[in-house]
Design a protein around this ligand. Structure first.
Ligand SMILES: *Cc1c(COP(=O)(O)O)cnc(C)c1O
Length: 231
Protein backbone atom coordinates (compact mmCIF):
# COMPACT_ATOMS: atom_id res chain seq x y z
CA UNK A 1 0.00 0.00 0.00
CA UNK A 2 1.07 3.54 -0.61
CA UNK A 3 2.16 5.43 2.46
CA UNK A 4 -0.64 7.44 4.02
CA UNK A 5 1.64 10.50 3.83
CA UNK A 6 1.47 10.27 0.03
CA UNK A 7 -2.04 11.69 0.43
CA UNK A 8 -0.96 14.78 2.35
CA UNK A 9 0.73 15.90 5.54
CA UNK A 10 -2.35 16.59 7.66
CA UNK A 11 -5.67 14.86 8.31
CA UNK A 12 -7.35 17.77 6.60
CA UNK A 13 -5.24 17.48 3.44
CA UNK A 14 -5.53 13.71 3.20
CA UNK A 15 -9.28 13.73 3.77
CA UNK A 16 -9.84 16.42 1.16
CA UNK A 17 -7.65 14.65 -1.37
CA UNK A 18 -9.33 11.28 -0.87
CA UNK A 19 -12.81 12.81 -1.02
CA UNK A 20 -11.82 14.38 -4.34
CA UNK A 21 -10.60 11.01 -5.63
CA UNK A 22 -13.80 9.10 -4.85
CA UNK A 23 -16.03 8.90 -7.90
CA UNK A 24 -19.68 9.66 -7.15
CA UNK A 25 -21.74 7.95 -5.77
CA UNK A 26 -19.00 6.55 -3.51
CA UNK A 27 -19.22 7.90 0.04
CA UNK A 28 -16.48 7.99 2.62
CA UNK A 29 -17.01 6.51 6.07
CA UNK A 30 -14.24 7.75 8.37
CA UNK A 31 -13.29 4.84 10.64
CA UNK A 32 -12.64 6.73 13.84
CA UNK A 33 -11.70 4.01 16.34
CA UNK A 34 -9.03 5.17 18.79
CA UNK A 35 -8.92 8.70 17.32
CA UNK A 36 -9.32 11.82 19.38
CA UNK A 37 -12.21 14.21 19.18
CA UNK A 38 -9.93 16.83 17.63
CA UNK A 39 -8.80 14.42 14.90
CA UNK A 40 -12.37 13.48 14.08
CA UNK A 41 -13.36 17.13 13.93
CA UNK A 42 -10.50 17.89 11.56
CA UNK A 43 -11.72 15.18 9.19
CA UNK A 44 -15.25 16.58 9.41
CA UNK A 45 -14.02 20.06 8.63
CA UNK A 46 -12.45 18.61 5.49
CA UNK A 47 -15.81 17.20 4.42
CA UNK A 48 -16.43 13.87 6.15
CA UNK A 49 -20.13 13.36 6.82
CA UNK A 50 -20.24 9.71 7.92
CA UNK A 51 -18.38 8.39 10.95
CA UNK A 52 -17.82 4.68 11.48
CA UNK A 53 -17.32 3.50 15.05
CA UNK A 54 -16.28 0.11 16.44
CA UNK A 55 -16.65 0.62 20.16
CA UNK A 56 -19.73 1.91 21.91
CA UNK A 57 -17.73 3.31 24.79
CA UNK A 58 -15.74 5.52 22.37
CA UNK A 59 -18.86 6.70 20.70
CA UNK A 60 -19.81 8.54 23.84
CA UNK A 61 -16.61 10.55 23.43
CA UNK A 62 -17.16 11.26 19.78
CA UNK A 63 -20.80 12.11 19.93
CA UNK A 64 -20.06 15.46 21.48
CA UNK A 65 -22.35 18.34 20.50
CA UNK A 66 -20.02 19.44 17.68
CA UNK A 67 -20.03 16.09 15.89
CA UNK A 68 -23.19 14.37 17.00
CA UNK A 69 -25.72 16.02 14.76
CA UNK A 70 -23.42 16.96 11.90
CA UNK A 71 -22.56 13.40 10.97
CA UNK A 72 -24.29 10.17 10.21
CA UNK A 73 -23.10 7.39 12.50
CA UNK A 74 -22.39 3.88 11.27
CA UNK A 75 -21.60 1.04 13.64
CA UNK A 76 -18.81 -1.06 12.06
CA UNK A 77 -17.58 -3.14 15.02
CA UNK A 78 -18.51 -6.50 16.43
CA UNK A 79 -21.92 -6.19 18.02
CA UNK A 80 -22.61 -8.14 21.19
CA UNK A 81 -26.14 -8.90 22.18
CA UNK A 82 -25.97 -6.93 25.43
CA UNK A 83 -24.86 -3.81 23.50
CA UNK A 84 -27.62 -3.86 20.92
CA UNK A 85 -29.93 -1.53 22.82
CA UNK A 86 -27.35 1.25 22.95
CA UNK A 87 -26.29 0.67 19.36
CA UNK A 88 -29.89 0.99 18.21
CA UNK A 89 -30.22 4.25 20.13
CA UNK A 90 -26.98 5.77 18.88
CA UNK A 91 -26.49 4.72 15.27
CA UNK A 92 -28.10 5.53 11.94
CA UNK A 93 -26.86 2.30 10.33
CA UNK A 94 -25.42 -0.92 11.76
CA UNK A 95 -23.09 -2.37 9.12
CA UNK A 96 -22.14 -5.65 10.80
CA UNK A 97 -25.21 -7.86 11.18
CA UNK A 98 -24.24 -11.49 10.71
CA UNK A 99 -26.47 -13.64 12.91
CA UNK A 100 -30.14 -14.29 13.43
CA UNK A 101 -29.66 -13.79 17.16
CA UNK A 102 -28.34 -10.24 16.69
CA UNK A 103 -30.86 -9.39 13.97
CA UNK A 104 -33.74 -10.48 16.19
CA UNK A 105 -32.39 -8.49 19.12
CA UNK A 106 -31.97 -5.39 16.93
CA UNK A 107 -35.57 -5.78 15.78
CA UNK A 108 -36.82 -6.11 19.34
CA UNK A 109 -34.83 -3.15 20.67
CA UNK A 110 -35.70 -0.97 17.68
CA UNK A 111 -39.34 -1.79 18.32
CA UNK A 112 -38.97 -0.56 21.90
CA UNK A 113 -37.41 2.67 20.59
CA UNK A 114 -40.12 3.04 17.95
CA UNK A 115 -37.35 3.14 15.37
CA UNK A 116 -36.68 1.32 12.14
CA UNK A 117 -33.03 0.30 12.31
CA UNK A 118 -31.19 0.26 9.01
CA UNK A 119 -28.60 -2.48 8.73
CA UNK A 120 -26.14 -4.07 6.35
CA UNK A 121 -25.40 -7.78 6.32
CA UNK A 122 -21.73 -8.57 6.83
CA UNK A 123 -20.19 -11.12 4.48
CA UNK A 124 -16.98 -13.04 5.19
CA UNK A 125 -15.96 -12.75 1.57
CA UNK A 126 -12.47 -14.16 2.09
CA UNK A 127 -13.80 -17.19 4.01
CA UNK A 128 -11.37 -16.44 6.83
CA UNK A 129 -12.07 -18.40 10.03
CA UNK A 130 -11.00 -15.51 12.29
CA UNK A 131 -13.29 -12.97 10.59
CA UNK A 132 -16.90 -12.25 11.33
CA UNK A 133 -19.60 -12.25 8.69
CA UNK A 134 -21.75 -14.83 6.97
CA UNK A 135 -20.24 -17.07 4.34
CA UNK A 136 -21.39 -16.03 0.87
CA UNK A 137 -23.65 -19.07 0.46
CA UNK A 138 -25.45 -18.24 3.73
CA UNK A 139 -26.35 -14.67 2.82
CA UNK A 140 -29.44 -15.12 0.66
CA UNK A 141 -31.12 -17.45 3.13
CA UNK A 142 -30.30 -15.07 5.97
CA UNK A 143 -31.78 -12.08 4.15
CA UNK A 144 -34.96 -14.05 3.48
CA UNK A 145 -35.18 -15.07 7.15
CA UNK A 146 -34.76 -11.52 8.44
CA UNK A 147 -36.79 -9.64 5.82
CA UNK A 148 -40.02 -9.81 7.82
CA UNK A 149 -38.52 -8.22 10.95
CA UNK A 150 -40.61 -5.05 11.09
CA UNK A 151 -38.17 -2.79 12.88
CA UNK A 152 -35.10 -3.72 10.93
CA UNK A 153 -34.43 -2.82 7.32
CA UNK A 154 -31.68 -4.46 5.29
CA UNK A 155 -30.14 -1.82 3.02
CA UNK A 156 -27.11 -3.61 1.62
CA UNK A 157 -24.02 -5.70 2.25
CA UNK A 158 -20.71 -5.05 3.95
CA UNK A 159 -17.39 -6.88 3.82
CA UNK A 160 -13.86 -6.47 5.10
CA UNK A 161 -12.12 -8.74 2.60
CA UNK A 162 -8.70 -10.29 3.08
CA UNK A 163 -5.94 -8.35 4.73
CA UNK A 164 -3.85 -7.84 1.63
CA UNK A 165 -3.34 -5.04 -0.86
CA UNK A 166 -3.00 -7.48 -3.74
CA UNK A 167 -5.84 -6.66 -6.18
CA UNK A 168 -5.73 -10.19 -7.60
CA UNK A 169 -6.70 -11.58 -4.18
CA UNK A 170 -9.15 -8.83 -3.27
CA UNK A 171 -11.04 -8.58 -6.53
CA UNK A 172 -12.84 -11.96 -6.48
CA UNK A 173 -13.94 -11.36 -2.87
CA UNK A 174 -15.43 -7.95 -3.62
CA UNK A 175 -16.94 -9.19 -6.89
CA UNK A 176 -18.62 -12.04 -5.02
CA UNK A 177 -20.30 -9.59 -2.61
CA UNK A 178 -21.43 -7.36 -5.48
CA UNK A 179 -22.92 -10.37 -7.28
CA UNK A 180 -24.73 -11.42 -4.11
CA UNK A 181 -26.23 -7.93 -3.83
CA UNK A 182 -27.35 -8.12 -7.46
CA UNK A 183 -29.02 -11.50 -6.89
CA UNK A 184 -30.79 -10.23 -3.77
CA UNK A 185 -31.93 -7.11 -5.60
CA UNK A 186 -33.35 -9.26 -8.40
CA UNK A 187 -35.50 -11.11 -5.86
CA UNK A 188 -37.27 -7.83 -4.99
CA UNK A 189 -37.95 -8.91 -1.40
CA UNK A 190 -40.36 -6.45 0.24
CA UNK A 191 -38.55 -4.25 2.74
CA UNK A 192 -35.08 -5.21 1.50
CA UNK A 193 -33.00 -2.85 -0.62
CA UNK A 194 -29.43 -3.18 -1.84
CA UNK A 195 -28.50 0.50 -1.92
CA UNK A 196 -25.24 0.13 -0.02
CA UNK A 197 -22.16 -1.93 -0.74
CA UNK A 198 -19.68 -1.16 2.02
CA UNK A 199 -16.37 -2.61 0.91
CA UNK A 200 -12.81 -1.43 1.13
CA UNK A 201 -10.45 -0.13 3.79
CA UNK A 202 -7.19 1.79 3.53
CA UNK A 203 -5.35 -1.10 1.88
CA UNK A 204 -8.14 -2.16 -0.43
CA UNK A 205 -10.45 0.73 -1.28
CA UNK A 206 -9.35 1.24 -4.87
CA UNK A 207 -10.08 -2.38 -5.77
CA UNK A 208 -13.35 -2.20 -3.83
CA UNK A 209 -14.49 0.89 -5.71
CA UNK A 210 -13.58 -0.75 -9.02
CA UNK A 211 -15.81 -3.67 -7.96
CA UNK A 212 -18.81 -1.48 -7.16
CA UNK A 213 -18.42 -0.35 -3.54
CA UNK A 214 -20.32 2.83 -2.74
CA UNK A 215 -19.21 3.08 0.88
CA UNK A 216 -15.49 2.88 1.71
CA UNK A 217 -14.39 2.76 5.34
CA UNK A 218 -11.04 4.46 5.80
CA UNK A 219 -9.06 4.99 8.99
CA UNK A 220 -5.31 4.82 8.48
CA UNK A 221 -5.35 6.69 5.21
CA UNK A 222 -7.04 9.68 6.83
CA UNK A 223 -5.65 9.66 10.35
CA UNK A 224 -2.33 7.81 10.03
CA UNK A 225 -1.31 4.61 11.81
CA UNK A 226 -3.45 3.75 14.82
CA UNK A 227 -1.94 4.23 18.25
CA UNK A 228 -1.67 0.96 20.18
CA UNK A 229 -4.94 0.32 22.03
CA UNK A 230 -4.85 1.58 25.55
CA UNK A 231 -2.08 4.06 24.71
C1 LIG B 1 -10.74 -0.08 11.43
C2 LIG B 1 -11.71 -0.47 10.40
C3 LIG B 1 -11.66 0.07 9.11
C4 LIG B 1 -10.58 1.02 8.66
O1 LIG B 1 -9.35 0.40 8.65
P1 LIG B 1 -8.04 1.11 8.05
O2 LIG B 1 -7.22 -0.02 7.59
O3 LIG B 1 -7.43 1.87 9.16
O4 LIG B 1 -8.51 1.97 6.94
C5 LIG B 1 -12.63 -0.32 8.22
N1 LIG B 1 -13.60 -1.19 8.55
C6 LIG B 1 -13.69 -1.73 9.78
C7 LIG B 1 -14.77 -2.68 10.08
C8 LIG B 1 -12.74 -1.39 10.73
O5 LIG B 1 -12.83 -1.95 11.96
Amino acid sequence: MKNYLDFGKSIRERTARILAMLPPPVQLVAAVKSRTRAEVQEAMEAGVTILGENYLQETAVHSCPETKHRARWHFIGNLQRNKVKRAVQMFDLIETVDSLKIATEIDRRAGEEDKIMEVLVEVNSGREPQKSGLLPEEVIGFVAAVADHRHLRIRGLMTMGPNTDNPAELKPCFACVRELAERIKAQAIPGVTMEYLSMGMSHSWETAVAEGANLVRLGTLLFGPRPARGA
